[in-house]
Design a protein around this ligand. Structure first.
Ligand code: MBD
Ligand code: FE
Length: 283
């Protein structure tokens, strides 16, 4: 592995996110979608675009600038980032209408499968000099009827104290702040890690440039990502946020929910602790 300290770039993280997305080939098939449904959805999308052009009297220079921007999103590999920031929350809203138990949230572009397997009480892999306040998340995975789910998996990943994700920033070791935790016989887990920072959309890529051009802010509140799985149960993909955290009320990805906010408390040693239980629905 390179020892050169390269700083993360939009094109770098975008390209990694695109490569990672392409590798998960099963996610790209929607073979059951009929021609009628394709037509209905695409017609609705195009109608939205046409309506915007008419409503705002879009000019030729603006139309050509939009084409150049779309090309740049593709060339830099930022489509996964753009789609997950601006569209996924609505897809998740729709999916969540049929899901019971713990509230879901969006997956985002930075999940990586196949991370290190960890026991129920564990520390996420981190650098010797990892910054960020120590944080412990413990809890229990249960079925909707209260049955504890021993051997469930808590697949967890989060940004570091600078807001960067391993696998998407060249200066971070592979697997940093990622792991797959197996619950004990009572369904319990206790994960030691560090407090993540808020996440900023890269400002040097096309998504960041659009955000700046529109006068929006590029921030997501600090968060932990989890996918909780147990055999026979519907997996839940969600995120946990921090009470009082910056950007909680104006997440650029609109992916916060009040049920997903934790409020870790200092245990007197400088370690902040919080408990969160996950409830899964049987298939
Ligand atoms: C993230 O860290 C994230 O969680 C989402 C949803 C989009 C971009 C970056
Ligand atoms: Fe994230």
């Amino acid at each position: 592995m390179s020892t050169v300290q390269e700083s993360p770039t939009a094109a770098g993280s975008g390209a990694s996110a695109s490569e990672n997305f392409r590798a998960a080939a099963e996610r790209r098939t929607a073979a059951g979608t009929s021609p009628e449904r394709v037509s209905a959805i695409v017609t609705a999308v195009l109608r939205g675009v046409h309506d915007a052009v008419r409503e705002h009297q879009v000019t030729y220079p603006e139309f050509q600038a939009a084409k150049a921007w779309l090309m740049e999103v593709g060339e830099t590999g930022e489509w996964p980032l753009f789609m997950d920031v601006f569209v996924e929350h609505v897809v998740e809203d729709v999916a969540s209408t049929t899901q019971h138990g713990t509230k879901g949230s969006i997956e985002g572009p930075y999940y990586l499968p196949g991370q290190v397997a960890l026991g129920s009480t564990c520390e996420l892999p981190r650098r010797d000099d990892e910054r960020g306040d120590p944080l412990v998340l413990d809890g229990q995975v249960r079925a909707l009827d209260g049955t504890p789910l021993g051997g469930a998996l808590v697949d967890i990943w989060h940004a570091d104290a600078d807001g960067y994700y391993s696998g998407f920033a060249p200066h971070l070791p592979e697997g940093n702040l990622r792991g797959v935790v197996t619950t004990d016989a009572e369904g319990r887990f206790a994960i030691t890690t560090v407090q993540p920072a808020p996440y900023q959309i890269p400002t040097d890529g096309p998504t960041g440039k659009l955000i700046a051009a529109a006068g929006w802010h590029p921030w997501r509140p600090a968060h932990l990502h989890v996918i909780v799985r147990a055999e026979g149960y519907r997996p839940i993909t969600t995120q946990l946020y921090f009470a009082g955290g910056e950007w909680l009320d104006s997440d650029v990805a609109e992916a916060t929910k009040p049920e997903l906010i934790i409020d870790p408390q200092d245990d007197g040693t400088g370690t902040r602790r919080s408990t969160y239980d996950f409830e899964l629905e049987p298939f």
